[in-house]
Design a protein around this ligand. Structure first.
Ligand SMILES: [Mg+2]
Length: 371
């Protein structure tokens, strides 16, 4: 039996600047996806938000890149955009780069992470969703989870993981991809994915049997639009247990903060803060960049649900175990903000290419004289 998990997300307008997706937009998504369940298009869903990004988690049997599923998401984002315009919310329709739906939502602005799986005896899934950062933000934790034996005990202890994992890495500049296997090619992998502004991990398979275990959204809005129109705020779907990293190993890299590109105007390095859904809202300097983690079990083609048919979804970072990471993030945020617009607080010149800064600096062009 094959089941598909689709997470499709977009920033279509938020309440008070880039803070949160307000209830009227979430209600539109809930309504549309509930109807889609009644019509048999999807089996179950969860609507949530990562800061100002509206996230549609949908489970169905139509496979990856399904026209119907993508159309459902597109229509939902369009209706939410209309509501955002009506309420004069900030950045209404921001990620909707195209007017007409062309059969696949990829390349139209919204971010997509989809995984078709052969259901195992038990299939625990973690969905990560981040705000105020970019796809490269997953490089560091995914490396820790699937390649670092100091993080993932299973790499040492579990015989199913002895051959390691294969990583597909996307080069956003040349629009090319490469697959590297760990542990054999670990140093080369780090050589690539350490450059988070350009390379991002898009898929991971278990090396022994090519079982797909992670997908991420890799949309680069600036490369699609040719200019800065907000950060790409990625999502990832990660499978756990039974010869894959345990749920706890998947969450362990978030015991500490680490630095990601994004934050204010998508132009700064900022400490990533793992937060509960309750705290999924960016404030200070439009941040710090935040990540939520949702956990659930796939059961007979749908999200395992309670007696009222409500999908049971766990809020994985809603736990004092991540308090230290949150405190570190706040401390690091203040250190970086004290540096203002001086590097390394601000991104590299190359990463600033798609912002409005080059336009401003262009006005000085004729004033430069030979030395
Ligand atoms: Mg966002």
């Amino acid at each position: 039996m094959k089941t598909t998990i689709s997470v499709i997300k977009a920033d279509v307008g938020s309440l008070v600047g880039h803070h949160i997706v307000p209830a009227p937009l979430l209600e539109i998504a809930e309504g549309n996806l509930s109807r889609a369940v009644d019509e048999g298009l999807i089996s179950s869903f969860k609507v949530f938000h990562a800061g100002d990004d509206l996230e549609l988690l949908m489970v169905h049997d139509r496979g990856e890149r399904s026209r119907e599923i993508h159309a459902l998401a597109w229509k939902t984002f369009q209706e939410a955009t209309e509501k955002a315009k009506e309420l004069k919310l900030y950045g209404a329709g921001q990620d909707m780069l195209k007017n007409a739906f062309s059969g696949n939502i990829r390349g139209m602005g919204p971010g997509v992470a989809e995984m078709e799986i052969e259901e195992r005896r038990s299939d625990p899934i973690i969905v990560f969703a981040a705000d105020k950062t970019s796809p490269g933000a997953f490089n560091y934790p995914l490396f820790r989870i699937f390649a670092d034996p100091m993080n993932t005990a299973g790499l040492v202890i579990d015989s199913a993981m002895q051959d390691g994992f294969k990583f597909e890495v996307l080069d956003s500049k040349l629009n090319k991809r490469v697959v590297l296997q760990c542990p054999e090619e670990m140093y080369k992998l780090i050589g690539l994915i350490g450059t988070v502004s350009r390379y991002s991990i898009s898929r991971i398979w278990r090396a022994t049997d090519d079982q797909l275990c992670t997908v991420t959204s890799t949309t680069k809005l600036s490369l699609l639009a040719g200019k800065y129109i907000g950060k790409d705020d990625p999502v990832a779907v990660v499978r756990a247990q039974h010869g894959l990293p345990a749920v706890g190993e998947i969450l362990a890299p978030f015991l500490h903060t680490y630095f990601v590109e994004g934050w204010m105007r998508g132009s700064h390095w900022g400490p990533l803060m793992p937060v509960s859904l309750r705290d999924s809202k960016c404030t200070a300097f439009d941040g710090p960049p935040r990540m939520v983690a949702l956990g659930f079990q796939i059961c007979n083609g749908r999200i395992a649900s309670d007696k009222n048919n409500i999908p049971m979804v766990a809020d994985m970072f809603d736990d004092p175990a991540f308090d230290l990471a949150r405190q570190e993030a706040v401390k690091m945020a203040t250190v970086f903000r004290r540096m203002g617009e001086f590097q390394p607080a601000r991104l590299s010149e190359e990463s600033m290419e798609y912002t409005t800064l080059p336009e401003i600096l262009k006005t000085l062009k004729d004033r430069f004289k030979p030395t």
